[in-house]
Write a protein of this length. Sequence first.
Length: 209
Amino acid sequence: MMVGSIVLFGPPGAGKGTQAGRIVDLTGKPQVSTGDMLRSAVKAGSPMGMAAKKFMDAGLLVPDEVIIGLIEERLQEDDADSGVLFDGFPRTIPQAESLERIADVTSVISIEVPDDAIVERIVGRRMDPETGEIYHVTFKPAPTEIESRLIQRPDDNEDTVRARLEAYHTQTAPLADWYAERGLLISIDGNASIEEVGSSVEAAVRTND
Ligand code: AMP
């Protein structure tokens, strides 16, 4: 029987990926990021990856059946037995309903950031392909010696961000109430420094122990 899992919830650019590392260190639960899984499938050129890429490039959500299939497969791995940290999943009510049937979610940590802060965060975001570490040109500059190898996600441009925000507000945001009704939602202010948000995330994880 799988023990409790945590959901990291919030708009694109809220800092979910950045804060996930801290939760993994604190709890030992593996991070399960549907965005990372989809990007790996795109890179591998699998039929699923090719189909998903069209949605991702347009800033739209990948269909629920695809995502639920990915998650079902991932939760069968041995390291999922002691619960996982979901990052970027669920993103729709049908996804949350499916998740309810296959895992025990014990808390949902929602990182709240207003829309006007998000575009600046996403457009300045860069990733180190060697370590997966996420940087920001202004808020978290990378060391000079690795600057030349940093990459920008293809969907991290202003037009796509607007579409992703729209998808978030219409399809994902209603999940906050859905989880609040179940007594699982812990909201934290994500419009602060990485360290401050990190402390709130840590407090939320400890409260839940
Ligand atoms: P992320 O890295 O979480 O921002 O996800 C990048 C893109 O992958 C999103 O804009 C969606 O196109 C797709 N995606 C990731 N997770 C999900 C999900 N749970 N449901 C639907 N689409 C997703």
